[in-house]
Design a protein around this ligand. Sequence first.
Ligand SMILES: O=C(O)CCC(=O)C(=O)O
Ligand SMILES: [Fe+2]
Length: 327
Amino acid sequence: MQNDPMGAVDAMLRSGRVADATATVARLAAAGHGGALFQQALWQLQGHPLPRDLAAARLALRQAADCGHGEARLVEITLAANGTGAAADWPAAMRLLAAANAAGDPHARYLHGLLSAMAIDGDGHPTTPLLVEPLTDDRSVRRVRGALSVAECTHIANAASDLLAPAVVVDPRTGRHVPHPIRTSDAGVLSPLREDPVIRAINVRIAALSDTQVAQGEALTVLRYRPGQQFRLHADVLPQVRNQRVATVLVYLNDGFGGGETTFPDHGLTIRPKAGDAIIFDNVDAQGRPLATARHAGEPVRSGVKWLATRWIRARPFDVWTGPETA
Ligand SMILES: O=C(O)CCC(=O)C(=O)O
Ligand SMILES: [Fe+2]
């Protein structure tokens, strides 16, 4: 136990001694223990058991990284790129990534490889315009073929794979979780902690494709549909929110499965998923009123597994930490 003070902290948490655990971590962090600094940063990012303090988390990560804590270094790179706890600083994130790569970190090397294959400038913005093809006469549904590479699609699916959970809603009568009536797929949300520079650059690309700012996007959500699973006919607009979902970008992460088409019945439109293709559609009209014709469905998957990433885009910048319901 003496050699592994963080093991003792785990034991305290398991036995419900939360105050002891936070006090021990605070003491170790003040003494410059990398693992404790990293733990403190994670708690400050999650907002429990410590209050959320994104700027303090960044400081703790910096100190942990200086102690040679490899995971802290990777999280610091992620947050520097996506602007958590400080303004987004792509060049700084790239310098930190290059240093981690030079120090032999295999994950940094992998991320660096994916980023090197992207056509992006020194701020992580796409340099080559992608062709946006209208799929409806009113141009409210559009497609960009090959918006993402196969390697990028695989990276997104892998980044969410340990987060995937069945869709549930709370039954107002019993208070129990019951299966979601509309969507039966599993989902995982790539919060800023998971929005590494590769995913950040993809979110910036999605913003460019949809002519929006990256800050308007909700966290990228990955959906996985197994045979029989579907997203029944629905609209993406939310009831009673001030900051409405004005547009949606879907990216198909794979293909080769049976079924799983995206349909817009009011447009008579059926889209066959192809890995890397992005579908962009408006959920509201020019006055900001919900567009009835934006109703759409993910048809049941008949065979194989369908993977998709969704970015719901708000009218104004959206704080991903406060969650979709409170915005
Ligand atoms: O799976 C699909 O094709 C549709 C997904 C969808 O409607 C959504 O993510 O909002
Ligand atoms: Fe949808």
